[in-house]
Design a protein around this ligand. Structure first.
Ligand SMILES: N[C@@H](CCC(=O)N[C@@H](CS)C(=O)NCC(=O)O)C(=O)O
Length: 201
């Protein structure tokens, strides 16, 4: 299996999941500006959407979209319990979280990277994002992880996108449950290993 990734992006989420599951994989860096892979291929010929993450399976199929990739990976090792069984009500709850993260937090934060937008527009997007953080603060006040007591794929994703606050000068301390959540997840060996390997490539 190969994971196409770029540092400091959403591909950290499936990267963490691969390491949590102890699945053998190759990491291939993508230059998101030139769209070239570190081994010299045009990334768009691998993923025509032109963005990371992309997972190449051993049979050559390419799977894209972070929420789909992490669920696919978790289902390879159901005993890891990184996702509830497909078809269960709990799995629907996981999908509810993944969709919230992708559409509200990931997409909502991505807008803030666009510094060509006027300040008043960026303020509107920031305030909308802050309302989503308020909701997360309430949700994570009385539980360690999004799905309850154990770490799962939605946590790998939320951890990843919350990490972008440093790029927008958003002080996460305003949401103490989110700070504690990030600290808890940062301490996981798989997370440390993923961060280290992305930083050293
Ligand atoms: N819908 C995609 C979005 C992926 C995405 O936004 N990737 C960003 C990095 S976080 C990217 O590679 N952007 C480069 C580009 O769009 O050219 C997913 O959820 O996987």
């Amino acid at each position: 299996m190969k994971l196409y990734y770029a540092a400091d992006t959403c591909s950290l989420s499936p990267h963490i999941v691969l390491r949590e599951l102890a699945i053998a994989f190759e990491l291939v860096k993508v230059d998101n500006r030139s769209k070239l892979t570190a081994d010299g291929h045009d990334f768009r010929s691998i993923n025509p959407k032109g963005y990371v993450a992309a997972l190449e399976l051993d049979d050559g199929q390419i799977l894209t979209e972070g929420p789909a990739i992490v669920q696919y990976l978790a289902d390879l090792k159901p005993e890891s319990k990184l996702a509830p069984p497909a078809g269960s009500w709990e799995r629907v709850r996981l999908q509810e979280w993944l969709n919230f993260i992708t559409s509200e937090i990931h997409a909502g934060s991505a807008l803030l990277f666009n510094t060509s937008l006027p300040d008043n527009v960026l303020t509107i997007f920031r305030e909308k994002l802050f309302r989503r953080f308020d909701y997360l603060q309430t949700s994570l006040t009385d539980k360690a992880f999004l799905m309850g007591t154990s770490f799962g794929v939605a946590d790998a994703y939320l951890y990843t996108v919350l990490g972008w606050c440093k790029f927008f000068n958003i002080e996460l301390a305003r949401w103490p449950a989110l700070v504690a959540y990030r600290t808890r997840i940062s301490a996981r060996p798989a997370v440390q290993a993923a961060l280290l390997s992305e930083a050293s490539q």
